[in-house]
Design a protein around this ligand. Structure first.
Ligand SMILES: [Zn+2]
Length: 105
C-alpha cells in the first residue's frame, strides 16, 4: 500500500478550490482513500432540528473530508508550502525531507 505523505498534526496549505491559500492543521487522515480533514478548511453548514443531543437546534458546521492532492504540505522548518523527498529510514517508515530547506520533518 502506498503511504500518504501527509500525517495527522501536519500543517497544510490548500492549493485548489474555495479555500485556496488557507492553512490548517490536519485532523484526520484516510490513507486508503487518500483523503484528509483539515481544521477550518472545507467547512460545511447544516441546519439541525432540535434533538436530544442538540436541544437548541440551529446551524452546525464542521470540516468535510477533502482530497489529499488538493493541499501542499507546509514544512515545519521553513514554514513554506513544499514538496518532500522521502528517505527510507528502516522498516516501512519514511523520513520526510523538505525540498526547500532540506530539513527533516
Ligand atoms: Zn523547509
Amino acid at each position: 500500500m502506498k503511504k500518504l505523505h501527509i500525517r495527522k498534526g501536519d500543517t497544510v496549505q490548500v492549493a485548489k478550490g474555495k479555500d485556496a491559500g488557507k492553512r490548517g492543521k490536519v485532523l484526520k487522515v484516510d490513507p486508503v482513500k487518500k483523503r484528509i480533514v483539515v481544521e477550518g478548511i472545507n467547512r460545511a453548514k447544516k441546519h439541525m432540528r432540535p434533538s436530544q443531543a442538540n436541544p437548541q437546534g440551529g446551524v452546525v458546521d464542521w470540516e468535510l473530508w477533502m482530497d489529499a492532492s488538493n493541499v501542499m504540505l507546509v514544512c515545519s522548518g521553513c514554514e513554506r508550502p513544499t514538496r518532500i523527498n522521502r528517505q527510507r529510514s528502516g522498516g516501512k517508515s519514511f523520513t520526510r525531507i523538505c525540498k526547500r530547506c532540506e530539513r527533516e520533518f
